[in-house]
Write a protein that binds this ligand. Structure first.
Ligand SMILES: [Zn+2]
Ligand SMILES: [Zn+2]
Ligand SMILES: [Zn+2]
Ligand SMILES: [Zn+2]
Ligand SMILES: [Zn+2]
Ligand SMILES: [Zn+2]
Length: 232
């Protein structure tokens, strides 16, 4: 899984930190101000998360590539550099390449820089066509004609519409729970205790407890179905 975070090198501005007037923009994030880091992500020990080369060279940190974060699959710091990310000469540690979890208490990438953990899915309402399902001459209002939607992790198939993205009450409109995406964010391994995973109350409207966003009791579980993962 990947995490989208603010680009450390340009501080999310999209401009080259050392040459802000440059039209080519930030070389790290290609002017987007956002970068992706594979989980588990930790703040870069070598540059302390600044994304700059700590040797005073006007360039991006060689350990994190300017992102300010690295992927570090351990709860402990590097045994060679003890979490400084540096060798004695100040170059990146030869064992962890500067990518260790830091000893400075920087820990995991701080939550304020995390923009979101999202999954890109095919739009359920239009089935990825970008056209309105009921009025094909019009563009899909759910995905703004792109055929793709983003759902924040952890994503599950919408229990209320069974992932179709359509309003199950027979109204020709997107599902009011998932807004037509076909998936919702559900932070639990268990189904809603009130609707038992149907997403519905007795009258057919969204469950009043989970608002229809529960993990479903049908076997589709994690979002797939119509909303297949486009992947990273
Ligand atoms: Zn940048
Ligand atoms: Zn770095
Ligand atoms: Zn090291
Ligand atoms: Zn759509
Ligand atoms: Zn739905
Ligand atoms: Zn419920």
């Amino acid at each position: 899984m990947k995490k989208i975070i603010k680009c450390a090198y340009c501080k999310g501005t999209g401009k080259d930190f050392y040459n802000p007037s440059s039209i080519s923009g930030c070389p790290v994030c290609r002017k987007t101000g956002e970068v992706e880091v594979e989980e588990p992500a930790v703040t870069c020990a070598y540059c302390s998360g600044t994304g700059k080369n700590p040797l005073g060279v006007r360039g991006a940190c060689p350990a994190c590539g300017g992102k300010g974060s690295n992927t570090w699959n351990s709860d402990t710091v590097c045994t060679q550099c003890k979490g400084t990310g540096k060798s004695r000469e100040g170059l990146p540690c030869t064992q962890c390449k500067g990518k260790t979890k830091s000893n400075k208490g920087l820990g995991n990438t701080s939550s304020d820089v995390v923009i979101k953990d999202t999954k890109k899915l095919s739009c359920a309402y239009c089935k990825g066509t970008g056209k309105d399902f009921y009025y094909p001459s019009e563009g899909c209002r759910v995905c703004s004609k792109t055929g793709q939607v983003e759902v924040e992790e952890p994503a599950v198939v919408c229990a209320y519409c069974s992932g179709t993205g359509k309003n199950p009450l027979g109204v020709r409109s997107p599902c009011p729970v998932c807004k037509g995406k076909g998936s919702n964010t559900w932070n639990s391994d268990t189904v809603c205790t009130r609707c038992k995973g149907t997403g519905k109350s007795i009258d057919g409207y969204p469950c009043t407890l989970c608002k229809g966003k529960t993990k479903s009791n049908k076997s589709f579980g994690v979002s797939s179905g119509y909303g297949y993962t486009l992947g990273y």
